[in-house]
Design a protein around this ligand. Sequence first.
Ligand code: JHZ
Length: 409
Amino acid sequence: MQEKISACRICQSPGVVPVLSLGVTPLADGLLKEDQISAPEPRFPLSVAFCPECSLVQLQETVSPDQLFCQDYPYYSSFSPALLKHSRENALNLIRLRNLNSGSFVIELASNDGYLLKNFVEHGIPVLGIDPAEGPARAAEAIGVPTQCTFFSSQLAQDLRSEGKAADVIVANNVLAHVADTHGFVDGIHTLLKDTGVAVIEAPYLKDLVQHCEFDTIYHEHLCYFSVTALDRLFRMHGLFLNDVERLSIHGGSLRLYVEKIENVSPRVTTLLREEREEGLTHVRYYQDFASRVERIRTELRMLLNDLKQKGARIAAYGAAAKGSTLINYCDLGTDLIDFVVDRNTHKHGRYMPGQHIPILATEALLDKKPDYVLLLAWNFADEILEQQKAYRQLGGRFITPVPQPRVM
Ligand code: JHZ
């Protein structure tokens, strides 16, 4: 099921301007089982628009969240040591800065497999995880992270509040951009947050996406691509204030937002707002050459892989990531070019990439099968993966990164 928006997701202005179309693609995390590859896959238009009124960049279509996130959601945060380290540092900082203890309460929205909340549990701080994906939610419970397996909404926030629950800290990483009811979600944060509490939210940063041409991070799960300008406006509509912000390198460049009920805006926020105005993120012109840069990547990547293939090279790919699905489907990279994809996530093994039906194997396959080149679909973890694949590289194996420009590393 899919619906096309008739107005901006934040300000409701009807005048959104299309800026990029990535075609009609399958769901990025819809990894297929063997018995599904002969059946037709659902495909949905993947097109991006800009709102000149509030500067929100957004998808024009909304696929039903039940279809995207519930059963069989294959993403488990804990398969990346770099993400675990990043999350642990975030948790330990919050414990210190907010003096959290056994009398505090931390809620995480989209808590996945408990990768972050386990750090608070370790320190005796009461937590609640909320996540609609059954497998990851069960994994969280299994490691002692209490988890409610459901979608977060303003109604759920009211129910929790009427049970007497209120949070000192609400963490919401890589989820705000995923929700169709953005206003209900932010309203729910307002409801659940104590007056002195803080919501700490991470989301990929639009400026990094455009500058580094990370077009593959566009897929149906990601409905919004946020600038600080759009976020500041969104929170103010709900009596919340974006008081502080950090830029992070994770996931190709993200923002960590500190949102509170009392206004106390730091110069870091006002500086980013000014820079966005000066650099033009608030104007459609900023996004107009993005589409041609994206097309150039497709042409260059296809040329590079075709050329290697004609010379007799064997090519595999690393990371059955959601972004990998956008890349291989938009660039039309099938089994004629890529023999297999490897991934550490055991839940993905034995499955096939959406659309192109490339089989997913364990990472050991690189040493077993020794492909000459590996296209790095999870380029956001390049350092970690290159280090981990030293043995393969010492045997002469080479990695190829697709963005910001296709090149052999
Ligand atoms: P990864 C995810 O997107 C999920 P994805 C989600 N859609 C989101 O919003 C963004 O992050 C921000 C594997 N891997 O995390 C694990 C190894 O095999 O970049 C993953 O399958 N070995 C909610 O799916 C994939 O690669 C490794 O050493 O695009 C990476 O996927 C490492 C580090 C990862 O994002």
